[in-house]
Design a protein around this ligand. Structure first.
Ligand SMILES: [Zn+2]
Ligand SMILES: [Zn+2]
Length: 227
């Protein structure tokens, strides 16, 4: 294997044996403690994570259709560098770094039936030549021993989300996903690399539940802290 040889840490550049050195791994900000259903810290939540998760002020106004969302890490330095490098440059060394993080992450819900990748926008997939959430889900399926069920397709007409406000994003995403596999009665974990506003996860979850899925939970590698 290539990483038995000496290489440089993707984050600090230090010479060592794995794509992310132990010091940088320890520096990554972990998201522990009670969470709202949207995946952000919730002071009144129960650290035992009861389901459905409690709701913050924003979620109370419009509760997500998924029962819980969880991300082990904060999307901030140095993790954001690693994910961007992977996502926008299709960097396979960065992918090794991400796989190393995944290897340390146990499945929070082993009782679920299948993992469903949240598909990337078609334009991004075409531009980058791969779909990072599909790759992430395949990796997790092996690690967590839960089958991967790619049940969602993104409709080609949805415009890009970047730079839009929360309400614009939500409007934009209505009908953005189509379900392409039978999901009736299944308990699914939606998987993506980063959750930012949660609008895509909400729309994808709505679509799966409309098609008869019994429950949807959301897992992302990282969560953007609230701005
Ligand atoms: Zn390092
Ligand atoms: Zn919330």
């Amino acid at each position: 294997m290539i990483f038995n040889h000496v290489c440089r840490c993707l984050l600090c550049g230090q010479t060592q044996r794995s794509p992310v050195c132990p010091l940088c791994l320890a520096m990554l900000a972990r998201l522990d403690g009670p969470l709202c259903r949207c995946g952000l810290p919730h002071p009144a939540g129960d650290p035992g994570n009861p389901l459905p998760a409690p709701l913050c002020g924003r979620c109370l106004k419009r509760p997500p259709s998924f029962t819980v969302s969880q991300a082990p890490l904060h999307y901030r330095f140095p993790l954001d560098h690693l994910i961007r490098r992977y996502k926008y440059r299709g960097d396979l060394v960065a992918e090794r770094g991400i796989e190393k993080l995944l290897a340390d992450t146990p499945c929070p819900w082993p009782e679920m039936d299948a993992l469903c990748p949240l598909p990337a926008h078609w334009y991004r997939r075409w531009w980058r030549g791969f779909d990072q959430s599909q790759r992430l889900t395949d990796r997790l399926a092996t690690l967590w021993k839960i089958p991967c069920l790619p049940a969602l397709r993104r409709r080609q007409s949805t415009p890009m989300q970047q730079g839009l406000s929360r309400s614009q994003r939500q409007r934009n995403l209505r009908g953005a996903f189509a379900c392409t596999r039978p999901v009736s009665g299944l308990r699914l974990i939606l998987v993506d690399d980063v959750m930012t506003t949660g609008s895509s996860a909400r729309a994808a979850s709505d679509c799966l539940l409309r098609q008869g899925a019994a429950e949807v939970r959301v897992w992302t590698l990282a969560r953007t802290p609230e701005r």
